[in-house]
Design a protein around this ligand. Sequence first.
Ligand code: FES
Length: 163
Amino acid sequence: MTEALRQHCESIKAAYPEAQSALIPILHALQDTYGYVTPQAVEEAAELMAMTPAEVEGVVSFYTLFHRQAKGRFHIQVCDNLSCRLRGADQLVAHLAERWRLEPGAASPDGLFSLERVECLAACGYAPVAQVNLRYYYHLTPEKADQVLGGLADGEEARGERI
Ligand code: FES
């Protein structure tokens, strides 16, 4: 851990009346720095927070916004819950695997995309839903997903959609 990162984490910790409340923002800072929550990040967070690595692991594994593997520049999270599955999320993921060579839990070899199945994204009325870098896309079909990923591959930013 660099001295600058340590100081940043210490400043986060100092902002909370209860030091342990800083664990989640500190994990975000470590994830932003390393790209994902590495085993080293878990050790560092544990040391900073005077916790055991197992306690930190318990928090990291609970929240889907913490990642355990390197993400692509565009991280695609496809909802894996009931409404989305009933409306084609499985077919969408199968299409992403076939057309874009994306497998859940892994980044593409060029580092552009990564794919993850996640729990309900709280937009069930617009199923199937995915988010790309936390921007929502609704009523996704394979054709629409091709348009979105094609645009991103051509240099667009993930802007999501308004409903
Ligand atoms: S089931 Fe997919 S957003 Fe809720």
